[in-house]
Ligand binder design. Sequence first.
Ligand code: PGA
Length: 255
Amino acid sequence: MNRRPFIAGNWKMYKTGQQAVQTAANLAGLCSNLTDRDIMIAPTNLSLPLVARAIKNTEVKLGAQNLHFEKQGAFTGEVSADMIKDAGGEYVLIGHSERRQYFGETDALVCQKIKAALGSGLKPVFCIGETEEQREQGNTYLILDKQVSDGLKGFGLEQLSSLVLAYEPVWAIGTGKTASIEQVAEVHQHLRSLLEKLFSKDLADRTRIVYGGSVKPENVKELMGIEDVDGALVGGASLDAKKFINIIKYNEKGI
Ligand code: PGA
């Protein structure tokens, strides 16, 4: 099955508006003829409208890092799916491990957020991953299966066609430790079978499952060579356009 590669940059709480615009514009310039893959950047919410303008009519798509599950209301400090859409967002990260770890996001909340994203026409990038402790205790699949089945609870097949699943082992995020090729291959294959079990073979075949956790120009080619890896979710190495383009162009010679 030929799945369109999806390479995304999560800029976390880095870059002012001006810095985000600058990097986005540089990146868009470097991506001008890359029409065979989806490229996405997720700056802070404040920079969304600015970056949307900077990448208009280019190959770079826009995403947010989080949303609130209600359409509107008295939720101080929060931003809704409609607001992200209005600011030019097309994708939204949901359930990133930093949201789970520092902001107490549960699988049930993640499910509500995916529902809100889909309800507003945003494409969810649904992040899952085990901690080092969970892996060491042999609970990796117990955790991942629960995250996936609870996060996608109640959805019908037709609703999930735009979903991107991101496997990000928590112990590999921002640590410089990448999961081994064998570990990534095994988990991705497992996740695809899980999607088949929970939904259908067709959905499992079509859904892009991307890897995240210390992806860099030096390891991206090998990771992308794994059969069930359809892309990358990149943190630190996406902050610099020149570095990120070497990840985006993972299959070009000389990189
Ligand atoms: P990293 O972050 O590439 O800096 O490890 C990945 C992420 O948090 O999505």
